[in-house]
Structures are given as C-alpha cells and as structure tokens.
Design a protein around this ligand. Sequence first.
Ligand code: NAP
Length: 502
Amino acid sequence: MKLQDESIGDLFDTGLFIDGTWVRSSSGDTRDCLNPADGSVVATVDEAAPEDATRAIAAARGAFDEGTWPRTPVAERTALLATIADLLERDKEKLARIETLDTGKTLAESRIDIDDVVSVCRYYARLAAIESDRLVDVGRPDVISRVVHEPIGVCVLIAPWNYPLLQISWKIAPALAAGCTMVVKPSEVTPLSTIAFVKLIEEAGVPRGVVNLVQGSGAVLGSALTDTPDVDFISFTGGLVTGRVILETAAKHVTKVAVELGGKNPHIVFADADGDDSVDQVLTGVFLHSGQVCSAGTRLIIEDSIADRFVAALAARAEKIRMGDGLDPASRTGPLVSMAHREKIERYVALGVSEGAELVTGGSRPPNPELERGSFYLPTIFDRCDRNMRIVREETFGPILTVERFTTEAEALRLGNDTEYGLAAGVRTADGARGERMVRGLRHGTVWLNDFGYYTAAAEWGGYKRSGNGRELGPAGLSEYQEIKHIWHNTAPTAAGWFDND
Ligand code: NAP
C-alpha cells in the first residue's frame, strides 16, 4: 500500500489481513483513496478479489472451529478488548487524521468518533465480563437447568463510508467479546481507518484468523461474503437497497442477518419550543457532517404559527456555516464524501425544485474558489414540502432539509410516523405531558426529547420498519453475536419410563 501522508504511515502495513498475515490482493487490484476536500490521493490500498474473501472466511471458520478464541476464558477476551481501547487512545490523533483525510469530516468530529470507539470497546469488555449463566427452576430437585450464551460463530461485518471506524467498532467489539471470529469489510470509499484499526487489533495480540480484513468493492465481494453456508451471522450497516440484497442472499442459507439501514428522520418542533436553541439544534441535527448521517434530522416538521420566522432564522444560520478542509480547525463542516455523491445530492435538489418545493437557501456548490477541488455542497433548505415529494420520502444522505408544517399534535405525530423508515426522531416542546405522548407515539428506534443526535454505548441503537432489524450497542448489541443454549442436567439419572409395559 502506498501512503501519501507520512504522518500516519506507521499505522499501516500492507493490504488485506487474512489468517494473521498482511497479504496482497490475489487479483493485484488497487484503489486510490481520495481526500474529498481536494481530490488528492491519500493512500493506495489493495482491493480484495472474491477468492480473497473466500480465503478470509475459511480462516475465520478454522479459527472458530479449531482455534482457541471461542473457548478462551471471557476474562482474557475482555482483557484484549481493553488493550485495544488503550491502543486506540494512544493513537487517537493519528486515527482522527486518517478518518478526516478519508471521509472529509472535521478533525473535531473524527476525534469524537475515536472517543466513541474507545467507549464501545470498554463497554463490551465490562458487559461480557459480568454476563453469567441463567439458572432456571424446572420444579425438580434432581435437575439443574441453565441457559448459557455461546459465540454465534463466523461473522461477516460490513460497514458504510460515513462513520467508517465508529460503525465497524459497533460490530467488532461485541463480536470479540462474545468469542466470535470475523471477516471485516469496510466501504471501498473509506477503508483507511478500518485498516489502521485492524493493525491495532493485531498489535493487541488477537489470535490468528480471529479477525480478517478484506477491503474492496461490495459489488465484487458481496456474493463471496454472503452467499455461503460457512458464515453464521452477517451484520450489515448501509443502505436499504444493499440490505435487501444481503437479506435475500443470506436467506438461501438461513444465515442470521442484522441490518442497520437508512433513515428519513423527523425533527418535530412545537411552538412552545420556539427560540434560538431550537434553531441551533435543528441546524446541527441536519447539517453536521454535511448531512451524511443515518440519523440526521432531515425533515423539519414545525408548528405553522412559528414556521416562517423559524425557517428564516435557520436559513440565516445555515448561510454562515464555515465549510472547508476538515484538517483546518476553522472548518465547521467538510465536503461530501465524493464527487459521485455530490452528483447524487445535486440530482435530489433538482428534483425538489421540479416537485415544487420552495428553495430557501443553498441549492448549489459553494462559490469559494478555494473549495473548488473538493466535493463541497451548500447547506440547502426546502420549505413548503409535503410527503408526496420524493425529497421528503427518500433518504438523500446530504445537506438537504425539508420543511413540513402542522397545526395539531395529532398531525405532528402522523407526519412524524409517515415514513417507511424508523431510525430516529426528535421532538421539541416545553409541555412535558405532550413530550411523553410524542416520544411514545413515534415509531422510531431512537427518539430525542428536547435534544438531538446523542447515543451511548450502553443503550441500544437500531431501526423500526425499513431502517432495519436487530440492534447494535447495549446488551442487545452483544446478544446479536451469541447463540443461546439451554442445558438440562439430570443429577440423578433414571429411565424415562414412558414406554414401560408394567
Ligand atoms: P451501501 O452502498 O449500502 O454500502 C454499505 C456497505 O455494503 C459498503 O461496505 C459496501 O461496499 C457494501 N456493499 C455494497 N454492495 C454489497 C453487496 N452486494 N453485498 C455485500 N456488501 C455490499 O451504503 P453506503 O452508501 O456505504 O452507506 C450509506 C447508508 O448507510 C445510508 O443509507 C445510511 O443511512 C446507512 N447507515 C445506517 C446506519 C445505521 O446505524 N442504521 C449508520 C450509518 C449509515 P462498497 O462501499 O465497497 O460498495
């Protein structure tokens, strides 16, 4: 692998990590990873071929079936996770730099991501350590009945490009804690921080074959990774279209799949929560990371009586957002991840205009000459939207806010649930009883009341409806990687006696 930025070079080895060794892609294919802020090449990495993915699965299968890791005492497994967390902290600045160069997000955001990854590793180290068998009273003194957790087996872990390190850590940490072996596939668009992470996991002393890494195109590797009986669990985070393909493919083998998919998340503002803080929260909720956040609050649903003033204040703030290279401390948001993604956003903006939405601000690339080489796009607000518009229904995954208005609480709730997705929602109101009615009525996996965007390692994350199934983080995020076994132990064996003939 070639690396243009010497300051991060020591976090890398070579391309793919299979069966405890860094190897080249068997096809010899490579990919240039571009800095979205200026189009420069950050690194050139190996691109795995399907045969590499098959070898990686075989290595993980061997490590699970014959290796030590699934049978290693939990204290040793959690100690390894704690060491990984220490190494992440040691290399935090380098990792943050890698993430910014690869994704375009600001260094401040990347640092928060690394802190979160550390907290996820430490959380699962603690949780797995305290997990114990459950004794079941079967009403017989001669029987000991226990329910125990065992590692589910070989896992394929597939992550998207928007939070590469964070998303993959939500999978790797519980998988390691549970005693699984795995094949990790980052997005081909942003593989660098995952390569560095696997390098740290190697340094921490993970046994051979437990963690394998194949970066490369999903379209090329997809079937080798998912259309196989040798995998016990697939954990996928990405878009709805890819999620469906994986679910259909895995169904052939009855492989368990957890999918964390997109969102079209409402942020509902009642008139009694009017004010600068609410404007600020709506702004941050949608435009952080240039809107490339699965839980971004892309639908503002606002009480009609305050809508005009609120939207004007929001537009004024949006126009002042400082865009720039994520490495520049003055930047408050970076570019979109790629030129191709910006083109997608431009198509959605053109669609919004043609659908009759009122363009309040944005709707173009920034005029600043110093941003010309990057894939930047202005924060964009569309007012007077309705749910028949595709920009309201579909996940645009960029800096586009749509505004819908309501007059009653029932209407607000109906609009908030009027989406095929169900990942996250926000409610802003000063009325406690109404807030409680709203958070219970909204069919979304996370609901924020008078706040937006927060999560924690100890609380489950996941979607209702087409935002996915399964959960990451929290105790349920560990359970995904476990089989449950009931052990019935008769301490005073006798004949069954059912077929006795007297
Ligand atoms: P994507 O296109 O669905 O890709 C996600 C991952 O799947 C990538 O690693 C991709 O590889 C891989 N992939 C593509 N085709 C595949 C196939 N046939 N078989 C197996 N893997 C395949 O999604 P994305 O554009 O990277 O990410 C954006 C989406 O992720 C958004 O919808 C966002 O909402 C969602 N997301 C959800 C959450 C959540 O927690 N629910 C969190 C973050 C993001 P390549 O990149 O190499 O093609």
